[in-house]
Write a protein that binds this ligand. Structure first.
Ligand code: ADA
Length: 602
């Protein structure tokens, strides 16, 4: 069972690593991805590649491309030595085979920043957000071998790619940065396009199941549903394909929680007359509920305290296309630090990372891409549309992951002004409509002048007292506790005392290996003491439902003239450096987090 689950990651070293750790092992098989007849095939591997640089993509002709090299999919081409730091157009090509006169769907998990997909020389789809998944339908054809070309552009262009702006405080790479896969549809009969499971009640194991079916049903077709490896149930026949929605109690259910991350599987099968499977999909899910009650967060009815970090998907050798083994190692670090929570800053998360969080029992905040946008961005209709589309795509892609308990969007937008309101209202409404079982929040940098607290389940504050804006302060470290307490007091006085407060970011830079007699800014000592005070103050405060420190590891950010406050062109607020070497802060945080009971007495 275990090897079946881990086979998705394609190597056995993960097996050793996970077995040798204290991490819990997965409980159910997860055959969805490579199991026939669902026919999902990964297109990862070496593709033909060329970097064309500064060309006009409107004049691009896929017939004229001088492929000179090979590139690995997934990867970021500008994280590779030859193209490090370059911006421009790159072209990827590979051939795929699909049985003749059969349609198929390709699923791209992330292509950054912008791309256009061509099939057999014809443009079929453009996509303009580097972290949101999208699908491409492959039209019927008598040819079995089809040419797939993806033109990728990592140049910033607000009109075309309004979701990405150059000033974001993390380096935005180019390439097919996450997996691509192909699902072949059956020649006849309905096709299971998606299965969504929403946990309703952790006491009874009740879940809501939604099944999206496509295609013409064949005569006598039957639909079956099975939980785990149990008996299958025949579902009411649907002459017209479409959506099926029902509620069931999962037999012999077990609750998912960080301490015991039990997972279940659901399999939906479309069977032909004789009983053989025409189409099938297995999805994994967990039964847990998350709520805000009496000013506290609750997981499965017990008060919950979030202890964790913000984490970018990033490694210096690979950029955002982190190997699974690195993700496992990062989660091991977080476990050793005593964390139960990761804020996936600042974009939709890699599916592999969410799978690991499901299995290893981490709670996750997932948010739609955004970083500090202001009025110019909010006024763009193109931005509003792209933001809404990628929010919906994120919600659909990660619906079944029990680890995700919070949905967020647009980190540190201009929420002190009214221009954000339409997009904020719209985004919260979308999340509540499509994903009502999770909590909604966004991280604000305007704790005392924010205009959107009414929209969310709890308030999330990004605070940097004793780091930013403390020029002239005699003892900047003293500002940390003072500011946290005063800010919470003022928020309560402004009428928000019933909403829990999460410190969604707080931190200071510490350069790995940097010490001096002053213990001043940028030393490991200053950072360690800063984080110690931040954690102690937040976790001691009855209004605070948790803390997510900024940041897990050092990460590359903007360069050139933008980088004056960013030594090495890195955001150096990592508790670990970019190669995951622990700084002094590691011990300070671990000492506090490992002493705290995450199930907090109220
Ligand atoms: C903000 C932002 C982070 C990072 C941080 C910092 O809070 O959300 O992405 O930029 O500031 O280091 O200044």
């Amino acid at each position: 069972m275990q090897s079946n689950s881990l086979a998705r990651f394609g190597t056995t070293d993960k097996l050793n690593l996970m077995n040798s750790s204290s991490l819990p092992s997965p409980q159910v098989p997860y055959p969805a991805y490579y199991s026939a007849p669902n026919n999902r095939v990964s297109l990862s591997g070496l593709w033909d590649f060329v970097f064309l640089g500064d060309i006009d993509t409107d004049k691009f002709n896929p017939a004229d491309v001088p492929y000179r090299e090979k590139a690995l999919v997934p990867s970021a081409f500008d994280a590779m030595p030859q193209y490090a730091g370059k911006r421009g157009v790159a072209v990827y090509r590979r051939f795929i085979s699909v049985p003749e006169n059969t349609s198929a769907r390709m699923e791209f998990e992330a292509v950054s920043l912008w791309c256009r997909v061509y099939i057999d020389g014809h443009p079929v789809r453009e996509h303009a957000c580097g972290y949101s998944p999208f699908g491409v339908d492959l039209p019927f054809h008598s040819k079995v071998v089809r040419e797939l070309v993806v033109v990728v552009d990592n140049r910033f262009d607000f009109d075309r790619v309004p979701m990405h702006e150059e000033y974001f405080d993390f380096y935005q790479y180019g390439g097919i940065i996450r997996d691509v896969s192909l699902r072949v549809r059956p020649r006849a009969g309905s096709w299971v396009r998606a299965v969504r499971v929403t946990p309703i009640d952790h006491m009874t194991g009740e879940v809501e199941v939604e099944v999206d079916l496509e295609g013409e049903p064949i005569h006598g077709q039957k639909l079956r549903m099975r939980f785990d490896l149990g008996e299958s149930e025949l579902l009411p026949d649907r002459p017209v394909p479409g959506k099926i929605c029902l509620r069931r109690r999962v037999p012999a259910f077990r609750i998912w929680s960080p301490k015991s991350p039990h997972l279940h599987a659901i399999t939906i099968t479309v069977c032909a007359n004789e009983g053989e499977a025409v189409s099938e999909m297995t999805e994994r899910f967990g039964i847990r509920t998350v709520k805000v009650r009496n000013g506290s967060l609750e997981l499965n009815g017990s008060p919950l305290r979030l202890l964790g970090y913000n984490r970018h998907e990033w490694h210096p050798n690979f950029g955002p296309a982190t190997p699974t083994l690195q993700m496992v190692a990062d989660l091991e670090w977080l476990k050793m630090l005593g964390c139960n929570f990761v804020r996936g800053s600042h974009y939709p998360q890699d599916r592999r990372f969410l799978d690991l969080c499901d299995e290893l029992g981490f709670l996750v905040w997932e948010e739609n891409l955004g970083w500090g946008q202001r009025e110019k961005t909010f006024q763009s209709l193109q931005f509003r549309k792209t933001h809404a589309e990628s929010l919906v795509a994120m919600l659909a892609a990660s619906h079944n992951h029990p680890s995700i308990i919070i949905r967020g969007f647009l980190n540190e937008a201009g929420t002190n002004e009214s221009y954000v309101r339409p997009i904020f209202e719209e985004s919260v409404a979308t999340i509540r409509r499509l994903d009502p079982s999770r909590l909604v929040s966004y991280a604000t940098m305007f704790p005392l002048t924010d205009t959107c607290y009414d929209l969310v389940d709890f308030i999330s504050l990004n605070l940097y007292p004793g780091w930013y804006n403390c020029e002239g302060a005699a003892r900047p470290l003293d500002l940390v506790s003072e500011y946290i307490r005063e800010t919470i007091e003022k928020i309560d006085a402004a009428g928000w005392a019933k909403k829990p407060i999460l410190i969604s970011e707080i931190g200071a830079e510490g350069l790995y290996g940097w010490h001096d007699a002053h213990d001043d800014f940028f030393t490991e000592e200053y950072q360690a003491e800063y984080l110690r005070r931040a954690c102690e103050t937040a976790l001691d405060h009855s209004r605070c439902c948790g803390i997510a420190l900024w940041h897990f590891s050092d990460v590359r950010t903007y360069g050139g003239g933008w980088s004056l406050k960013r030594p090495r062109t890195f955001n150096n607020k990592g508790t670990l450096d970019e190669y995951r070497r622990p700084k002094l802060a590691y011990r300070a945080v671990r000492e506090i987090f490992t002493q705290v009971d995450a199930v907090r007495p109220v």
